[in-house]
Design a protein. Structure first.
Length: 414
């Protein structure tokens, strides 16, 4: 199966469809449980038996990988949209900045009124920065992405060593009262997180009036703390995606043996090393200092290879016509990735929050994944049905219309 013409879009969209579905494997925990359970399974939801395996498998296979792949695809789409705008005689800068402005506004609505785990605001901000590299050479894109990721690793090692030194000084015999008090406060912060679980459960099982201020506070905290912390990582993935798009990776223009090499590196080396990292985290009892080091090690050094191995499977399936029906459904879901992402937020908050079914905190970790499978099935069936009748997904149509300040034709004609 060749990848000329529209088939190239099928490959790109199918990978995007896999990524947007895969993100739910991690987000479901944040929808369904007190917030820190996303980081530490011992915090809530179960960390033994099937629940431990649910954490371990999602950590190894999906944690960060799907979000990283989605970020790469965002970078690839930045170039694709700019190229199409230029071919149509439009200003790529104006088109891109209008899209990022609308994305930012939709993200703010999503974060403050639907779910505090929004990623759209971060993407809009990183998208503005990534556009500055639109005309950069592929080698420059790869070099800047690598520097950003290595900077994250170096910073993590420095912070880890400083934290361990602080721990050693504060816990040794004869430590000053000030050091002991500072260490006790550090320990107390995590103890307070556990103590706040009943209040968080009561809030999110309550009605809209209870949830709204708590969600607003959580969103503001995430924007204030998490966006600066993840900006460099997200930008690096976008730049990597731009380089891969330039190389023809997402269009399926690499030789099959190059995709197979990516599978060998991702699944033969990076995936087992990620499993070792999961074992180390577990052996350390999900110690916060260990987690703070493990995250950048996983995200910067291992995640890109696993993510690209995932993408390579889908691209090879497109190239060789394997599982064509499933690939077609993935591609439709990918074409409606914006709608699919917000749809999962609406569905999951309705399932878990008190203004819906109110299941927040009522399921163990492994019990969340039948719900994930049901939502996947819904999106995979609904997306091609919708696109058979309409040109864009509902949110894609809104994004496009608002960016161009003109209502776009939505319904397909005969």
């Amino acid at each position: 199966m060749t990848l000329a013409g529209s088939t190239r879009i099928v490959a790109l969209d199918a990978v995007r469809g896999m990524a947007v579905l895969g993100i739910l494997l991690l987000n479901i925990v944040d929808f369904a449980m007190p917030r820190y359970a996303y980081v530490d399974p011992t915090f809530y939801g179960g960390a033994s038996g099937a629940d431990w395996w649910a954490w371990a498998l999602t950590f190894v296979v999906a944690d960060g990988k799907m979000r990283g792949l989605f970020s790469m695809l965002f970078g690839a789409s930045t170039l694709l949209v700019a190229e199409r705008a230029q071919a149509a005689g439009e200003s790529p800068f104006r088109v891109h900045m209008a899209r990022m402005t609308v994305l930012f506004l939709i993200g703010m609505v999503h974060g403050y009124l639907i779910w505090s785990g929004d990623i759209l605001v971060l993407y809009a901000l990183c998208g503005v920065l990534a556009f500055a590299f639109r005309e950069a050479r592929m080698s420059t894109l790869l070099a800047v992405a690598a520097l950003l990721m290595l900077g994250e690793v170096a910073t993590a090692f420095i912070d880890h060593d400083a934290a361990r030194a602080f721990e050693a000084r504060a816990t040794q015999i004869g430590a000053s009262a000030t050091l002991q008090a500072d260490w006790a406060q550090y320990i107390a912060d995590f103890a307070n997180l556990r103590a706040s679980i009943p209040a968080e459960l009561a809030t999110y099982r309550g009605g809209w009036a209870q949830i709204l201020p708590a969600r607003a506070a959580a969103t503001w905290q995430a924007q204030r703390e998490m966006i600066p912390a993840t900006l460099a990582d997200t930008l690096a993935m976008m730049l990597l995606g731009m380089a891969l798009f330039r190389s023809g990776f997402f269009a399926g223009r690499w030789r099959p043996r190059s995709y197979r090499l990516m599978l060998a590196i991702g699944y033969g080396a990076a995936l087992p090393l990620t499993a070792v990292l999961a074992w180390w985290i577990d052996r350390r009892g999900f110690d916060p200092i260990t987690l703070a080091l493990a995250e950048p090690l996983q995200l910067a050094l291992l995640r890109p290879w696993v993510a690209l191995a995932h993408a390579s499977i889908v691209i090879l399936a497109v190239k060789h016509g394997v599982a064509a029906r499933l690939v077609g459904h993935l591609a439709a879901t990918g074409r409606m990735a914006f709608t699919s992402y917000l749809a999962t937020s609406i569905i999951c908050t309705w399932i878990f929050y008190g203004c819906g079914l109110g299941w927040f905190g009522m399921l163990t970790r492994w019990q969340l994944y039948p719900i994930v499978l049901a939502i996947w099935a819904l999106l995979l069936v609904w997306s091609p049905w919708w696109l058979a009748r309409f040109r864009y997904g509902p949110l894609e149509w809104l994004w496009r219309s608002a960016s161009r300040m003109e209502l776009q034709s939505l319904r397909r004609t005969a």
